[in-house]
Design a protein around this ligand. Structure first.
Ligand code: EPZ
Length: 406
């Protein structure tokens, strides 16, 4: 593959921002919003809560959260776990929240205990019945507190940071997630009038305000989409020039690609060039919370490693069940054994095309990459998973010479 690819705005930044827009009465306008299924689903969640949400085109989202309800549509929450990010904002705005348990998904059980523990610390009463959660505020509003997260959960950090913006007094979130999307959310909340310090570090301090106002904000580039294209170039020996890339957010991935023999040249003004001369070298990968190697790139890099020279040991420490793509890659001739949270990948000279089935968003991306590197034709079933997190992935790949059709 050869040519230029433009990276879209970050799905995992815009989803918490749409939820946090519920904190303000006025209009919020987000720019650089990707046209993704998950973005439109979050729009439906907000509309169901009484907000008005418009996607007028040009990468914009307009939200007006005037008079809000406090019951999220259970069907939507089941469809997309990130819907739970409205819990903190709605509780903070209305004093109540009724939402169904998000339930597990293809990559693991994905509990929300840390979200609930944090909201309790801020003064919420939490009741659960028949798979639903009722949040309420005995006091008039949330009260700032010290919250220690047993695990640096991205979603829990985002939910609590947003809720704390309308709490009385100061909230400290210790062992917070430091992902770039958390930092971008903090920037948006600050533009709304929030007082936040320490986003991007382990300790985030939030001083609550009586009201927040609608704001304008441009979403950061999607580091996982950018990394997916880097992995595609690596797996196929291609040469890509990526636009709209924040290399600061990609240090763990670029370090790993370089270890595997890929050249990554950051350009100025948000450009990066990536190319792989010969066959990749095997490299061990261990997914970790930021700034470690991102779990959302594990399926894609694992796919590239199936044809590397040597054996790669890939540990998935973030989710308890994120190797569904392995069975499908084996159908293409990959040589992989899985022991618990560890996959041992012995590189083979080439994969052979086969019919494979996608189980989730990033597994689908990994299978597309494997198909690009394989001999012959690969059919990826349930490719609709891609539309949750990639804006026209097939179109972008075709534009740089990939032989892929939908
Ligand atoms: C966010 O999910 C992302 N989604 C995920 O991206 C990403 O994989 C994940 O962070 C980790 O980086 C969005 O931002 C919308 P977590 P989130 O809470 O917030 C456990 C993609 O492909 N945990 O950091 O749900 C949990 O089970 C998606 O774009 C608890 O135990 O991730 C998991 O093992 C997939 N209790 C680990 O923490 C809790 O209350 C990380 O989860 C919350 C989480």
């Amino acid at each position: 593959m050869r040519g230029n690819v433009r990276v879209s705005g970050a799905k995992n930044a815009v989803l918490p921002m749409l939820a946090a827009a519920l904190l303000a009465e006025g209009d919020t306008v987000l720019h650089g919003v990707p046209a993704l299924d998950d973005v439109f689903t979050m729009g439906e969640v907000l509309t169901g809560l009484g907000a008005s949400v418009d996607f007028p085109g040009g990468g914009r989202a307009v939200v007006r959260a005037a008079d809000l309800g406090w019951e999220a549509d259970p069907r939507l929450v089941r469809r997309m776990r990130a819907s739970f990010l409205v819990a903190g904002p709605i509780l903070a705005r209305t004093g109540r929240m009724r939402i169904s348990m998000p339930g597990g998904c293809a990559i693991g059980s994905r509990p929300i205990d840390l979200h609930l523990k944090g909201l309790r610390s801020l003064g919420a009463r939490v009741e659960q019945d028949r798979g639903c959660i009722e949040l309420s505020l005995p006091g008039r509003s949330l009260t700032g507190a010290l919250v220690y997260l047993d695990y640096p959960s991205v979603g829990a950090t985002e939910n609590l940071m947003a809720a704390a913006c309308l709490a009385r007094g100061e909230t400290i979130i210790d062992n917070a997630a430091s992902e770039p999307e958390v930092v971008d959310l903090a920037g948006f909340l600050t533009a709304m009038g929030g007082q936040i310090a320490g986003a991007g570090s382990k300790v985030i301090r939030i001083r609550g305000q009586a009201h927040l106002r609608g704001a304008q904000h441009t979403v950061i580039p999607d580091r996982i989409e950018a990394a997916t294209f880097m992995a595609a170039a690596a797996a196929t020996g291609g040469h890509l020039r990526l636009e709209n890339v924040e290399m600061e957010h990609l240090q763990a991935v670029t370090a790993k690609l370089r270890e595997a023999g890929v050249t990554v040249e950051p350009g100025s003004g948000g450009y990066a060039e990536v190319w792989a001369a010969g066959r990749l070298r095997a490299a061990d990968i261990k997914t970790m919370p930021h700034p470690g190697f991102p779990t959302d790139m594990q399926p894609q890099l694992l796919a590239a490693m199936t044809v590397a020279q040597g054996t790669s040991v890939i540990s998935e420490t973030v989710f308890d069940n994120r190797f569904h793509h392995v069975d499908e890659l084996r159908r293409m001739g990959a040589c992989i054994t899985v022991e618990g949270r560890c996959a041992v990948v012995r590189g083979v000279p080439q994969l052979s095309g086969a019919a494979v089935r996608a189980t989730d968003l990033r597994a689908a991306a990994g299978l597309v990459l494997a198909g690009l590197a394989a001999a012959g034709e690969t059919r990826v079933m349930d490719a609709h998973h891609l539309d949750r997190g990639y804006e026209d992935l097939v179109g972008k790949l075709r534009s740089v010479g990939a032989d892929v059709t939908r």
